[in-house]
Each structure stands twice: as C-alpha cells, then as structure tokens.
Design a binder for this molecule. Structure first.
Ligand code: SF4
Length: 288
C-alpha cells in the first residue's frame, strides 16, 4: 500500500517542530485539552490582517486612507486586552500602522491573491496554506510572483527570518505550481516599523525547506502510528519545554509548562504599544 499523504498547513508543521506535545494537544487529542484565555496580540494581528484583506476588496477608487477606520472597526477583535484603555490605544496604533502601510502600496495595482489558499502535493505532503498576499511582479527574467506575509509583533524582522521561514518557502513552492509562474521572492512586511525583510530563494533553498517539511511529516506520521500501535502518547509526543511555554495555550494543562512564567493575555501587546524606534530596512542579500 502506498503511504498516505500527510495533509498539512504551515502552522501544523510548525507546531510539531516547536513542540511535539503541543502538536498532539492541538491536532490529535479529542476533546482538545482546555486552552488558556485568548491572547491580545493574536486579536491585534487578526484585526490588522482582516482590515488589509478588506482593503483590497474595495473598488480601486475607494482605497483611500479615510476608509481605514471603518475597515479596522469592522474587523476589530477585542479579546485579551487588559481594559478598554489598552484596547483603544491598540486600535489607534493599528490604524497608524495601516495608514503608513497603505501609503507604500502602488495605486491601481491589485495583488494576484489576497489571503489566497494555495495547495500542492509532494511525495509525502498534501500541503495547503493561506498566503496573506501573492503579488504578480516583473523580475529581471519576466513575470514572477512574490509571497507577502504581514507581521504585527513588536520585534523588527530581518533577512534571516525571511530566509528561514518554512511557511513562506512552502507558499512560494505551491504558488509557483498553482499559477505556473516563477516564485522565489518572499517578504515579511512588518507594519509597526514599516520595514520589509526579503529573501530570494533558489530552487535549492526551496527544495531544502520542502525536504525539511517532508521529514517533519514523516516524524509526525511515525508518532501517530506508534500511538495507534499501543505506544504511550506522552512518549510518542514528548514535551519540549522552553521559552515558548510561557505563550503556549496549553501551559496550564501540560506538565512541561509547569515552571514557565505566567504571562498576562495582554503582555505581548503591552510591549508592542511601547514607542517604536524606526529601524533601517534590512538589506536583501544575494540568493542563498
Ligand atoms: S507548555 Fe511547553 S512543553 Fe507543554 S505543550 Fe506547550 S510548548 Fe510544549
């Protein structure tokens, strides 16, 4: 019997890479173990992402900065904030980010895809994922695609983040096959600082990321098979305690998260709302 393909998204693969136990709690155990309360930084990120998606749904003539308050209010997620004051501050900051960001967009240019699902199969994976944006551009060799991912965390991102992102590489791999156009450019657009961290993949660097994703998928399938065959689920999906435990939804129920510092749901947003010092945009290096 041929081995079944592993159906996955970037977050499913990333979850296992970060912590096999978190993967099990999220994707295997049913009912899902009790999660902690919603995080305000997730609410802020979701609000900004949806506002940008809806920006592109407007007719070109209505894509004006005046439309942004309505878009942001319409998509605002208010969960996890400390209080109304903090939430209002976050809303104002998010609006500033959006106002600055849309200034940088080329008028009259529509992306090829906005929150577009791309799917592809390999020998091991049945991959699908939703890219924030897929741009159609003209490169030195003709038409090509670029994958754009919006970021709203406080820390500025650099070229290594763009280069190392398995999710972006898999989106590029899938988009190239779905649209039959070269796609090697991946970009992280950090709205709080207005910077772009970009990387131009080579076929080899994309292949390395696909190989890594396939290796992760094989590990996951082996762990799931072991449990089916009677292995202890706690051993098949071990805990991986680390700094991520403090931000893990399952910290309260997981033995690996016992010693992790307790973070308020608004802790990350509190840092994000501190004044930001603009940074110099990272330089794009030659292809890997
Ligand atoms: S608390 Fe830590 S060890 Fe436990 S599932 Fe979450 S990340 Fe993994």
């Amino acid at each position: 019997m041929p081995e079944r393909l592993f159906v996955c998204t970037p977050s499913k693969l990333g979850s296992y890479t970060d912590c096999p136990r978190r993967y099990r709690y999220t994707y295997v155990d049913r009912p899902t173990p009790v999660k902690g309360p919603p995080w305000a930084h997730n609410s802020l990120g979701a609000s900004v992402h949806t506002a940008l998606r809806n920006w592109y749904a407007l007719p070109e003539a209505k894509r004006r900065p005046e439309a942004l308050p309505g878009l942001l209010k319409g998509t605002w997620v208010g969960e996890g904030y400390r209080d109304g004051d903090q939430e209002r501050t976050a809303y104002r900051r998010a609006l500033q980010w959006l106002e600055s960001y849309v200034e940088t967009l080329e008028p009259g240019v529509d992306p090829l895809g906005v929150e577009r699902v791309v799917a592809v199969k390999t020998a091991v994976l049945a991959f699908n994922g939703r890219a924030d944006r897929i741009d159609a551009r003209t490169g030195p060799n003709g038409p090509e695609l670029a994958i754009v991912d919006y970021k709203t965390g406080r820390t500025g991102l650099d070229v290594d983040d763009a280069r190392g992102s398995q999710a972006l590489a898999l989106y590029a791999y899938a988009a190239e096959r779905v649209f039959r156009r070269p796609c090697h450019r991946v970009e992280l657009h950090h709205l709080p600082t207005g910077t772009v961290a970009a990387f131009d993949h080579t076929p080899e660097s994309i292949a390395r990321q696909v190989n890594r994703a396939e290796a992760t998928a094989r590990d996951i399938m082996a762990a799931e098979r072991a449990v089916t065959d009677g292995a202890d689920p706690d051993e098949a999906f071990p805990v991986a305690p680390g700094p991520g435990c403090a931000w893990c939804d399952f910290r309260r129920t997981c033995p690996g998260g016992v010693g992790a510092p307790v973070k308020d749901p608004w802790a990350a947003v509190e840092r994000t709302l501190l004044p930001v010092t603009p940074t110099t945009p990272p330089v794009t290096p030659a292809a890997e």
